[in-house]
Ligand binder design. Structure first.
Ligand SMILES: [Zn+2]
Length: 129
């Protein structure tokens, strides 16, 4: 039996264990690949899972509603953190999808604007639209 203790989100501890070194190593490496806090607002984040129309979504969501969708390997289904994923709020994702054609370069530039009015209190689990 192999056990590795690692941190999730810089704070909570988790333990991965098993008999297959490569599997245990891979799981610990996944947790260690996560940032300690939300890269945008430096607040803590939680892990969220949603199932929508048969698809599973694994997401990191911070206290201010910034979120990063985790990738899933086609082979074996292991999760991985997409460091380039930009921790957007629902409103920002919605704005992009609503695309009024104002963006001419498919949004590849990182905008440095402050997020729109953020709700106070914990984020709701329901989609606000
Ligand atoms: Zn954040």
């Amino acid at each position: 039996m192999i056990e590795i203790q690692t941190k999730v989100g810089g704070k909570s501890l988790t333990k991965v264990s098993g008999d297959d070194l490569k599997k245990v190593f891979g799981e610990a490496a996944f947790f260690q690949s996560l940032p300690p806090v939300c890269p945008r607002c430096k607040s803590e984040f939680r892990l969220a899972h949603r199932c929508f129309e048969g698809n599973h979504y694994y997401t990191l969501i911070c206290d201010n509603g910034h979120q990063s969708n985790l990738g899933q390997h086609k082979d074996g289904g292991a999760l991985f953190y997409k460091a380039a994923d930009s921790w957007k709020t629902w409103q920002e994702i919605k704005d992009e999808k609503g695309g009024n054609g104002a963006q001419g370069n498919n949004g590849s530039q990182n905008r440095q604007e402050a997020p729109p009015d953020m709700p106070s209190g914990p984020p709701a689990d329901d989609l606000p639209f």
